[in-house]
Design a protein around this ligand. Sequence first.
Ligand SMILES: CCCCCCCCCC/C=C\CCC/C=C/C(=O)SCCNC(=O)CCNC(=O)[C@H](O)C(C)(C)COP(=O)(O)OP(=O)(O)OC[C@H]1O[C@@H](n2cnc3c(N)ncnc32)[C@H](O)[C@@H]1OP(=O)(O)O
Ligand SMILES: Cc1cc2nc3c(=O)[nH]c(=O)nc-3n(C[C@H](O)[C@H](O)[C@H](O)COP(=O)(O)OP(=O)(O)OC[C@H]3O[C@@H](n4cnc5c(N)ncnc54)[C@H](O)[C@@H]3O)c2cc1C
Length: 710
Amino acid sequence: MWRGGSNTRTCKRRFFSSPTRSRHHRPPYICRLHSRGSQHLKAMAEVDHLAAERATARFDVEEMKVAWAGSRHAVHVADRMARLVASDPVFRKDNRTMLSRKELFKDTLRKAAHAWKRIVELRLTEEEADLLRQYVDQPGYVDLHWGMFVPAIKGQGTEEQQHKWLPLAYKFQIIGCYAQTELGHGSNVQGLETTATFDPKTDEFVIHSPTLTSSKWWPGGLGKASTHAVVYARLITEGKDYGIHGFIVQLRSLEDHSPLPGVTLGDIGGKFGSGAYNSMDNGVLRFDHVRIPRDQMLMRLSQVTREGKYVHSNVPKQLLYGTMVYVRQSIVADASKALSRAVCIAVRYSAVRKQFGSQDGGPETQVLNYKTQQSRLFPLLASAYAFRFVGDWLNWLYTDVTQKLEAKDFSTLQEAHACTAGLKAVTTSVTADAIEECRKLCGGHGYLNSSGLPELFAVYVPACTYEGDNVVLLLQVARILMKTVSQLASGKQPVGTMAYMGKVQYLMQCKSAVSSAEDWLNPDAIQEAFEARALRMAVNCAQNISQAASQEEAAGFYERSPDLLEAAVAHIQLIIVTKFIEKVHQEIPGHGVKEQLQALCNVYALYILHKHLGDFLATGCITPRQGALANEQLGKLYAQVRPNAVALVDAFNYTDHYLGSVLGRYDGDVYPALYEEAWKDPLNETVVPEGYHEYLRPLIKQQQLKLSRL
Ligand SMILES: CCCCCCCCCC/C=C\CCC/C=C/C(=O)SCCNC(=O)CCNC(=O)[C@H](O)C(C)(C)COP(=O)(O)OP(=O)(O)OC[C@H]1O[C@@H](n2cnc3c(N)ncnc32)[C@H](O)[C@@H]1OP(=O)(O)O
Ligand SMILES: Cc1cc2nc3c(=O)[nH]c(=O)nc-3n(C[C@H](O)[C@H](O)[C@H](O)COP(=O)(O)OP(=O)(O)OC[C@H]3O[C@@H](n4cnc5c(N)ncnc54)[C@H](O)[C@@H]3O)c2cc1C
């Protein structure tokens, strides 16, 4: 009966109805846990398996938390919001990878509604509300509502339009998304096909999807949740196509959520990974001559008059792309969050995990002590800090540019575009690769969903594509670099992050003075090598493009685009290194904090130098011997980081809930957690699996029969 009976009865039921038998079948560790109950679990949680690691730290972790978060206030608010989320059962997420798509989506709606309820009940500030949503940690329509719909109206709507639409959005009386990408075009915004044709008879725009490829495709929140969208379409008036403009379009009824006449929409289907970005309803949308009032064209940058006349304000057309610039800068800030989560998991687990080295019966070696583990992991730890600081700087730049734009000063628009596009591309590519590397650094257990790493990778990796494919964005940076190089001859001094190019005479011929490994600890030596490498790569590209005299410049650019990509990466890496060096030069309070950041800054810079040694050598910035010295110094720095590694990830101040990883637990009590987690899998709900009677039993019986006949 037990073995052959119903296989749908759950273990839980059996355990309660037949304790003796169930104990026999239940894995021994689980029995122990259950019999001792929560007291035992509590006692276990009090054991800190990483205490010895924490004791070796040579700096004040609490002060490092401040350096990481930006201020004492930021640490305090983040702490409060993280705990609020972690202690609320509605925000549970450990079962997420086991939910079906429908369950996951409903769970996302529930969490978003509950988060909003808490925000209102507790009267949270905007800062607190943003953090609360971050710690809920489940992509959903609210990201696009707050992250793109509202900013698009703020950036491109007139005062009047903002006055009308923003209060509705702020109170969730409408839910909005950002509908730009189409089935046929994403990267090439100018190639979008949706039309918005002005009809002067009715004072309306007619929004239409003329082809299959003009179907909006990908917008997050569009598939099932949004009532409205900012739709990007070609504006046609008086028979002329004026290119892409934004329009506020209602999609669904505010009464019963059904699509409005002429609107066809739905979800585009399952995406990479279990759980992960599948909580988001990325959607498809088609319009069949849908009419909207003229005043729903976002008219801050250009207008259409009652008579149908097109008027463009005296501002650069690229301001239309402002929402993308805003989101790109926030994506850079998010990169350090995703990367630091992965690194936190891998560092803690590497300190717990032991392999080999106990031939004489002594303790085995912590895998964190292997030099190979350190050389793979510590550069990622350093990158997390580097991205954090460059993200802060980019946020400052964005705010500065926005203020200048308000004052009709457009001089820094190009700088903002180059920095947001380039940093978005480099930080997301590195982070996506680093999450996967952290999975490998955790060995087999890293491949389990309960490690948190597969889901983190799956949810993060589209950041390399959305908000601008990384290659397309780096080519934008390269174009600006080529423009800057070509202007050098005319004596025009580059500014902002391109200012170093003004030192062209010096940087094209300088030789590094480094003669010992320690010399690489000098920030000036690092800065010079990175500047010379970036400039020489850019100048080489420019020369190669112009030498192809038979070709048009655009054709030369196209031909040389793989090299241009590398030149753009070199320029962006220089920015990251520079901003890290500048950060370390500042006053940083707390025992040992500055020293640790100094060490991480050097790890970051010398790791990049080592990894891209070919660039540095090929451009003659350093000699092979100097390259070897950099590598030697890197090894010494890893040894310096080693005793501080666990404390350096503790400084991220992540709760176990936010980390969502049995391997990254604060207490390091990894094995019982792994063991317990396994039994939560739906496959373990029954001892005998579903399908046994259909497929396994007949197979086994058939073979037994065959054998008995022999
Ligand atoms: C994982 C959990 C997530 C939760 C985290 C929450 C964080 C934030 C909330 C929401 C975020 C995440 C969810 C994802 C949402 C994703 C949304 C999207 O993907 S929206 C769609 C994005 N689409 C793109 O990015 C398209 C990319 N393409 C372009 O930007 C353009 O087509 C471009 C730039 C490639 C080419 O444009 P165009 O053809 O018009 O121009 P040119 O190349 O000829 O350039 C002309 C001229 O303009 C300058 N330029 C270009 N862009 C800009 C700009 N943005 N700003 C300023 N100037 C710009 C360019 O340099 C040229 O200058 P010139 O002097 O003439 O040479
Ligand atoms: C998870 C997710 C969420 C998204 N959310 C939204 C959203 O909310 N709203 C929205 O409007 N859109 C959204 N998008 C769409 C996203 O912005 C686009 O997918 C992105 O801009 C890339 O465009 P594409 O898909 O057209 O790629 P493509 O341009 O077709 O890229 C395909 C390949 O071609 C290469 N390529 C393209 N052009 C060039 C070039 N000029 N030179 C060299 N190589 C080139 C690319 O590098 C890439 O390798 C989302 C996408 C994803 C994956």
